[in-house]
Design a protein around this ligand. Structure first.
Ligand SMILES: Cc1cc2nc3c(=O)[nH]c(=O)nc-3n(C[C@H](O)[C@H](O)[C@H](O)COP(=O)(O)OP(=O)(O)OC[C@H]3O[C@@H](n4cnc5c(N)ncnc54)[C@H](O)[C@@H]3O)c2cc1C
Length: 544
């Protein structure tokens, strides 16, 4: 055992990985002892230690937490405190860049524009996040959707009232860390910087989104709410600006189109203007809801009715398989969450999931969806429109509306009855507040989805005993997992191959799936615009 004294070690900082039983992981003394033992030093010489990474390992009966610490032997470690973004002062001559859509892609694009000396002008069809919150009430009270202000449209985009899971498959740590850092600087909890599967929660996200917008405005950018873009101004296949439904128009030669996958009017507009779009794979299915204790019991190996200990978060799961060349998988699982009505028009019913930061509802819900490839839609006819995938989504959303009953009530069935092709005689309680109506979901879903879903579910029961329980409720339908279309772009310039100055961006353009990847794509498009106008990119090491 080494006995470091402060004078010998004043500048020494080590990184150390330790594992502790979950019951002890938050105890400072347990951390201190384990760190000291791992470094083979005396506990007293350990001055300060700071968590930099944390993940739960629930593979064995004893749930463990793996933690990476920065350890100081001598001096204190600097504290992580959120600081304001360091945007340079905008020059009066700064080029104006139009950004359509104030979701994660648009917001992060605007921040990146400011970082690089460009003036972002954000146009958003919905309201600011405070007003938007009030517009959710009529959905629950009267089953009425406000068509430009709802779970998909408004400040912060589709992710604002969500679980705020920040999971991404993107592998470049630098840019992902930059997204987390920006969210932290704008009010997200510090845990997102260390957790392996970070999430923010619907109660905290609106504040983060508002702060990000205020940073844009304070630095000289513009944000216009209730400003829906209805037309693109083009000259010689080059962007000149946009026209909005409130009569306003905006000019710029650079337009980042980040309108998300629910903006079907934008796909129709591009189609009418004969701007090229491509069909791409997407997925549809149901939301599947279980009691959270059932998921906890399975994932944490709890016995009988043993409750989840307070030191463990609500458990999540991920299930995936392939059935005859098509994926069947869980999607956007929300532990301790709620199923929410995510339609954007009154003739549709669409469901999705969200949760609060504490994830403490008694329900666990997840999408359970089947992949649809473009050839699945085009195999019977070559004359089908490029919008066929969108039409398929719409037809299922309208079927859900018809069979759900009033307002935003959704058709539902016990999973056990779905497998027996039988309408449930009654339904278990659900977190879906507009209410559910008994229906045979197999009759409403396309056959290709139904039989794959059934086979997939039977397989999942082998991995997750008890998954197919009478208590599990299927709610229809999860149609908007991703965009059914891609708006193509040149891989270098990120502009549409046929329209100069048009930068298709984020989830709606088919280049992202989730909050973090949309944010990364927003930054990437803003960097492409920066290079196009001849300015250098600041902070290149964190390029997406
Ligand atoms: C209920 C719910 C829960 C979710 N949970 C998660 C989660 O936990 N983790 C995760 O990673 N992802 C989650 N998602 C998905 C995530 O929200 C999206 O992947 C992400 O928001 C896509 O970002 P985006 O900026 O590309 O598009 P969007 O967020 O869809 O933003 C597009 C914006 O453009 C605006 N707009 C559209 N048309 C126009 C127009 N014509 N003129 C002006 N403005 C327009 C819209 O109002 C919207 O604000 C969830 C989605 C929903 C609906």
């Amino acid at each position: 055992m080494h006995d470091f004294t402060p004078s010998m070690t004043s500048s020494r900082i080590e990184q150390v990985t330790i594992r502790l039983p979950a019951s002890e992981a938050a105890q400072l003394q347990a951390q201190r002892s384990k760190i000291a033992k791992t470094l083979q030093i005396n506990e007293q010489s350990l001055t300060d230690w700071k968590l930099v990474k944390r993940s739960i390992d629930a593979r064995q009966r004893q749930v463990m937490v793996q933690m990476v610490f920065l350890v100081s032997l001598g001096a204190s470690l600097p504290k992580t405190t959120p600081s304001a973004p360091d945007f340079p002062i905008l020059k009066p001559s700064a080029p104006s860049i139009l950004i359509i859509g104030c979701g994660p892609a648009g917001l992060f694009a605007a921040h990146e524009c400011l970082r690089n000396g460009l003036r972002p002008i954000l146009l958003e069809r919905g309201k600011d996040v405070s007003a938007r919150r009030f517009d959710l009430a009529p959905i629950f009270k009267h089953g009425r959707i406000l068509e430009d202000s709802n779970y998909a449209f408004g400040e912060g985009g589709a992710g604002t009232f969500s679980d705020g899971k920040l999971y991404t498959r993107a592998t470049k740590r630098g840019p992902v860390a930059k997204v987390y850092q920006t969210l932290f600087e704008h009010g997200a909890p510090e845990e997102i910087l260390v957790d392996a599967h970070p999430h923010i929660g619907s109660n905290l996200l609106p504040n983060v989104v508002r702060n990000m917008r205020q940073s844009i405005q304070q630095a000289g950018g513009e944000v216009h709410f209730e400003t829906k873009v209805v037309d693109l101004l083009l000259k010689n296949q080059t962007i000149q600006g946009v026209v909005c439904s409130n009569g306003m128009s905006f000019e710029s030669r650079h337009l980042i189109l980040a309108t998300g996958h629910s903006a079907r009017d934008i796909y129709r507009l591009l189609n009418d203007k004969q701007i090229r779009q491509e069909a791409k794979p997407f997925a549809m299915g149901v939301r599947l809801e279980h009691p959270q204790p059932l998921v906890d019991r399975h994932q944490y190996h709890l016995k009988g009715d043993q409750p989840r200990p307070d030191y463990l978060p609500a458990a999540s799961y991920r299930l995936a398989t392939k059935i005859k060349n098509r994926g069947v998988h869980s999607f956007c699982m929300c532990p301790g969450g709620f199923i929410v009505p995510a339609a954007t028009e009154n003739h549709q019913v669409v469901v999705n999931g969200m949760s609060l930061s504490r994830r403490d509802s008694p329900f666990a819900n997840s999408g359970m969806v089947v992949t649809i490839e473009p050839e699945d839609m085009f195999k019977d006819s070559h004359s089908l429109s490029i919008l066929a995938g969108m039409h398929l989504q719409e037809s299922l959303e309208m079927a859900a509306k018809k069979h759900g009953g009033d307002g935003q009530k959704a058709p539902a069935q016990r999973v056990t009855d779905f497998l027996k092709a039988k309408i449930s005689t009654n339904l278990p309680s659900t977190s879906y507040r507009p209410g559910v109506e008994r229906a045979d979901l197999a009759e409403l879903l396309p056959d290709e989805i139904t039989w794959r879903l059934k086979r997939g579910l039977l397989g999942f029961e082998k991995q997750f005993r008890g998954y197919l329980t009478e208590e599990a409720l299927m709610v229809g339908f999860e149609t908007r997992t991703s965009s059914p279309l891609r708006i193509p772009r040149d891989p270098e310039s990120l502009q549409h191959p046929d329209v100069k100055g048009l930068y298709p961006c984020g989830e709606g353009a088919g280049f992202a799936g989730g909050i973090v990847s949309a944010a990364l794509d927003g930054m990437k498009c803003a960097q492409a615009v920066t290079l196009q106008v001849g300015l250098p990119i600041r902070n290149r090491d964190a390029e997406p």
